[in-house]
Design a protein around this ligand. Structure first.
Ligand code: SF4
Ligand code: SF4
Length: 387
């Protein structure tokens, strides 16, 4: 539910199904079913509409992304509602297994996201090299226009599936991050990540000249001795050189102020939701709550026990509820937390002291993405199911 600036915020409803199960009737798959029904997702899906199921396929080496069996259940429910689902994510800024569509699709396949298992086509929403996007107008402090992946903009409705975990910049990663960072194309990600400009590491430069051809600002020069160099006076921070360089020589400046990054990400989330405010539902999976993002090529041990699954039509409310449920747990000492943090102690601030999820949530509310105020409604098995 998107809020207009200045509106009196009513608590949003967040539905919650706990992790515990004592019979097949309380399996996670059935819980996905029940959450889908209670949040009213079917009402948002028109017959034959194209429904983007936005998720993170996980970086190669990681293993805590959302299980394809649960994704399959969401796909089946969308089909039952008359929609045509497709799974999607966007290419990454950094080198790895997901920074162009062929590699990204191969990674998705390796992680079990194939038509045979999930029952829906898988596509990379910002195209072969991350250049397929629509410019979406917004009224933000940092942006008046954001670059959102074409397939996200062109979809009729969206189901955003987010694995909740920690993150080195945003502190906490859930629905807002999946929407904002996850729906921006590659140069959009650069614009979110860095108020500073990219730099070229001379030792990695092969002097191929590809970046020069894509730099509309003519900010790059090629020197036989030192390789390509960027003139920061001319650079507009568009990020095209990052996409063009297949040798990993163009590096992103990750040191930009964290607060600014999370505010920029919130504005991208607003752009990703534009036109689909009443056509989007969010599921947060509080399972395998690890310290770092699924972009990492590893998965550390969980920092709190599994909690369950949440569903809402409000990205801010579902993230706030996720943070609160996690912080209400006892932290696991045999994890990156290193000690048993008490219920009420902030697990994300402890994991990533340089990060800032508080600003991510408050600025998201301020720009009208949703409400931090929520009521939690726990879903229990129905009487009919209990029999
Ligand atoms: S594209 Fe990369 S390798 Fe080629 S000149 Fe530019 S920085 Fe160097
Ligand atoms: S970020 Fe854009 S303007 Fe800056 S050097 Fe790269 S291509 Fe040129």
């Amino acid at each position: 539910m998107q809020m207009r600036k200045g509106m009196i915020l009513m608590p949003s409803t967040v539905y919650f199904a706990g992790r515990r199960a004592k019979s097949h009737r309380e399996s996670l798959v059935r819980k996905v079913d029940r959450l889908f029904d209670r949040v009213g997702a079917a009402k948002l899906i028109e017959k034959n509409s194209l429904v983007a199921v936005k998720l993170h396929f996980g970086e190669r080496g990681g293993s805590t992304y959302i299980h394809p069996v649960l994704v399959r259940r969401v796909v089946d429910k969308i089909k039952s509602a008359g929609g045509k689902p497709f799974l999607c994510d966007t290419n990454t800024l950094y080198a790895g297994g997901r920074n162009n569509a062929p590699d990204h699709l191969e990674t998705a396949l390796q992680h079990g996201f194939a038509y045979a298992t999930v029952g829906a086509p898988v596509l990379i929403a910002d195209g072969l090299r991350g250049r397929d996007y629509h410019a979406v107008k917004i009224k933000g402090k940092h942006f008046s226009e954001v670059q959102i992946a074409s397939a996200v903009v062109e979809a009729d409705a969206m189901v955003v599936l987010s694995h909740v975990k920690g993150h080195m910049i945003t502190g906490f990663g859930g629905a807002i991050k999946n929407l904002g960072m996850g729906c921006g194309n590659r140069s959009g990600k650069q614009k979110m990540h860095s108020a500073l400009k990219p730099v070229i590491k001379g030792e990695h430069c092969r002097r191929c000249g590809a970046c020069l051809r894509w730099c509309l600002a003519k900010a790059i020069t090629l020197n036989e001795g030192s390789g390509a160099m960027i003139n920061p006076e001319l650079c507009t921070g568009c990020g095209e050189c990052i996409i063009s360089c297949t040798h990993g020589a163009v590096q992103v400046q990750w040191r930009s102020a964290v607060m600014e990054v999370v505010e920029r990400m919130d504005e991208y989330a607003l752009g990703a939701l534009a036109g689909k405010e009443q056509k989007t539902v969010f599921f947060n999976f509080l399972l395998n709550i690890v310290p770092d993002c699924d972009c990492c090529a590893w998965s550390d041990a969980p920092v709190v026990p599994d909690i369950g699954i949440l569903a809402s039509t409000d990205a801010v409310a579902i993230d706030q509820a996720s943070v609160d449920l996690i912080n209400a747990q006892t932290g696991i000492a045999a994890s990156a937390l290193k000690k048993n943090l008490k219920p009420g102690e902030d697990k994300f601030d402890a994991l990533h002291p340089e990060s800032d999820y508080h600003t991510m949530l408050s600025y998201a509310e301020e720009i009208g993405l949703g409400s931090r105020s929520y009521q939690l409604v726990e879903i229990k098995p129905s009487r009919r199911q209990k029999k």
